[in-house]
Design a protein around this ligand. Sequence first.
Ligand code: SF4
Length: 616
Amino acid sequence: MINTKKLDKLLLKAEKPARYIGSELNEIVKNKVDIDVRFAFAFPDVYEVGMSHTGMHILYNLLNEQENIWCERVFAPWVDMENIMRENDIPLYALESKDELKEFDIIGFTLQYEMSFTNVLNMLDLANIPVRSSDRDDSMPLIIAGGPCSSNPEPLYNVIDIFVMGEAEEVILELSNLYAEKKKNNLTKDEFLERACHIEGIYVPKFYDVVYNEDNTIKERVILNENAPKIVKRRIIKDFDNIYYPKKMIVPYINTVHDRVVLEILRGCIRGCRFCQAGMLYRPFREKKVDTLVKQAENLIDATGHEELTLASLSSSDHSCICDLSTQLLEKYEKRKIGISLPSLRLDSITFDLIEKLQEVKKSGLTFAPEAGTQRMRDVINKNLTEEQILNPVKTAFDLGWSTVKLYFMIGLPTETTEDVMAIKDLAYKVKDLFFDRPKEDIKGNLRVTVSAACFVPKPFTPFQWVAQNTMEEFYDKAKMLDREIRDKKVVYNYHAPKTSYIEAVFARGDRKVADVLIKAWEKGCKFDGWNEWFKFNTWMETFEEIGVDPDFYATRRRETTENLPWDFIDIGVEKSFLIKEYEQSLNACTTPNCKEKCSNCGINKKKIGGVCTRV
Ligand code: SF4
């Protein structure tokens, strides 16, 4: 255990001490002597971000329901606290026991965003754990990682011992139990890694090597250990209705990004937008029954005292019983003034009645994500939204009294022209006109249309995994063109920094060669790269130069569909031939219907789940 008296004094100097103290409501503390496996769930960002992540709450409670496992939490200390810790020799510790991370058996990172990779390194270093797996002997904890960014694990191949591919609820227990056996039988780390390879969904990078062609593309992957599978299969939960869900969640002392109870109502998405990695990774579409969800809501509200309940998913309105579910929850919690929120809602006439009911008390702003300005561009990305389907709900919203609207777009989408970019402005102005073109007596509130333009980042396992990202010059030209052209006080325009999206693209589609750049950039002070105030673009570019890696090779290069991609050894269930077909369709602006309308044979039904993909 670290010196807590010393820590308590030092915490007075930190910006938000509550980030580092633990002891919140529903925290789980166990007796160390009864425990076989000590697990530290590590979130490579600050407490407020990590505590808002539902996956953390699920796995924390799931692991702690096992008598022989104690799972604790650790987040990236903000820079002020890191300095205090380094100056005073306080290693990174877990919040529950205040034991230093080095004492744990397993440290499990969740990789939600490529720009948090340097924080993984920084957290290991703060814990006095060597960042390279080859520098860690058997006395060191096992370092594992999962989450969406591990779908291309190669940029961290020399840091992480084991990647967990796919949905973690089952595999994390299998792995932890195997680790308990390892300890009981005094197995070496390598012996353990060999056995772990036999668990579906486990990838041990050190058991593989990669051979490159002269042009730096991948020639082949070589298996170095006979236990290692050629193809690693992503884990998918078959019985989603019965999958573990916590009865309680930890309640922080300070405001976090989302202070509310989260109910995961469905997994997967039927829509098939071609830029969306989550939509492909989490196939097939699976939903929970209303009764299950009402029961789970009850448990969580009773255990936390939160006054807001969020129904979370990639696309909430696609739940077949969303109206019934929301109505039941509304009726149940109306008197207790517990608000129900439904983000990721596709706004059409059915859901509008629902939103109105949900927001009777206070109308917060409405968010729409047309993603692109022209119909052609929306067809390229398979958004399956007409202009009418965008403007009608906006008009309904105005008629019902809303006056704050947010519109999300992407720039740099494949085949995009100047006309497509300018159409973003046109659409925003049409929204504005809808507000003022109504009878004067109906115009209430002060209109504010916020237009946000994100830079498109091509992601692995999407139909756009082969496309060239726009160069930074192209991004800036487009972003600034809109800045120049949008000249209306009612329309607020902002765009995401192209430089961040460029580095994100390098690590999203990087191979093993970017791993050393990552480590070097971190050594030179890169961390919290997702936070503008800490993002050091010049340091990144210097580091690419120093290591001799060309970032354009990963970000702005178009790949042939025949090229070996760094993540091709992972089987997510969706077939590559489907992604290629979707890519080709996109180039002709041809759309593909959603899974409820017609099955497109993505492959998930045949390869993974058997009869669960019921939309066929
Ligand atoms: S098989 Fe059809 S219904 Fe199932 S996930 Fe794929 S596209 Fe959707």
